[in-house]
Design a protein around this ligand. Structure first.
Ligand SMILES: C[S@@+](CC[C@H](N)C(=O)[O-])C[C@H]1O[C@@H](n2cnc3c(N)ncnc32)[C@H](O)[C@@H]1O
Length: 224
């Protein structure tokens, strides 16, 4: 079941490139426009990295945004069509899955790794996070933004596990939503610790109207 779910994630992104690119570039996702885009840019900038690797970069908006601020950025994603779209707008991009990155496919190290709403699977993500220390320069930082577990949990019990996905709330001709692996806050922190990382900061950006946390941003570094 799990390898099937991991494959369905990539398959779903492959099928939904066109509506996704339109939704991101036309700022159709309210929480991004209101809160989370600025929150991830601020989190990256707060650590002053010179080089950044955007893992699961999608169509590349964050790479471009960080480039305009003077950072040296590379984006990587498993979906070739997304990388094609990203390259068309300019920037340095590579195709690689998390499994391949964990296996040493990238041949690069950076001051910072950033994952913006891109850690969706179970074993693929576990493998990637375990490889983080080998992808960072000494003193480097990992920044992960994900849906806030308390808000994303919905009516189900607050336990790790695969959940059915949905494109609800995003306008566009999307199909075949992928399953995703829900992790509690405790479980995220355990994953970082067991991967040799130390949590430096946890940010919880709030929705300006509801006052609820939209996302969680983890900032972690290899433990000394
Ligand atoms: C919600 S999108 C986020 C894209 C981008 N970070 C952004 O902020 O717009 C999730 C991205 O993660 C990528 N992704 C998911 N699982 C992956 C895996 N195992 N290997 C590589 N990329 C993966 C998808 O292809 C997709 O582009």
């Amino acid at each position: 079941m799990q390898p099937v779910n991991e494959a369905r994630i990539i398959d779903s992104w492959q099928r939904n490139v066109a509506p996704w690119v339109a939704a991101v570039r036309q700022q159709r996702i309210e929480s991004r426009a209101l809160v989370t885009n600025q929150a991830i840019v601020d989190a990256v900038a707060s650590r002053c990295p010179r080089s950044v690797l955007d893992i699961g970069c999608g169509e590349g908006w964050l790479v471009r945004e960080l480039m305009t601020r003077g950072f040296q950025v590379t984006g990587v994603d498993a979906v070739p069509l997304l990388i094609e779209q990203a390259r068309a707008e300019g920037g340095d991009f590579q195709v690689a899955s998390y499994e391949a990155i964990a296996g040493g496919a990238l041949k690069l190290v950076a001051d910072m790794l950033v994952c913006n709403f891109s850690l969706l699977g179970e074993h693929s993500v576990d493998q990637l996070i375990r490889a983080v220390p080998s992808l960072l320069h000494a003193g480097g930082t990992l920044v992960v933004q994900t849906l806030h577990p308390l808000m994303a949990c919905g009516g189900q019990s607050y336990r790790d596990g695969w959940r059915e996905g949905s494109w609800d709330g995003i306008e566009g001709s999307f199909s075949d939503p992928a399953p995703w692996y829900f992790r509690t806050l405790e479980s995220w922190i355990r994953l970082f610790r067991s991967s040799g990382l130390q949590l430096c900061e946890l940010r919880e950006p709030l929705h300006p109207v509801s006052g609820k946390p939209v996302s969680a941003i983890f900032i972690a570094q290899p433990a000394r």
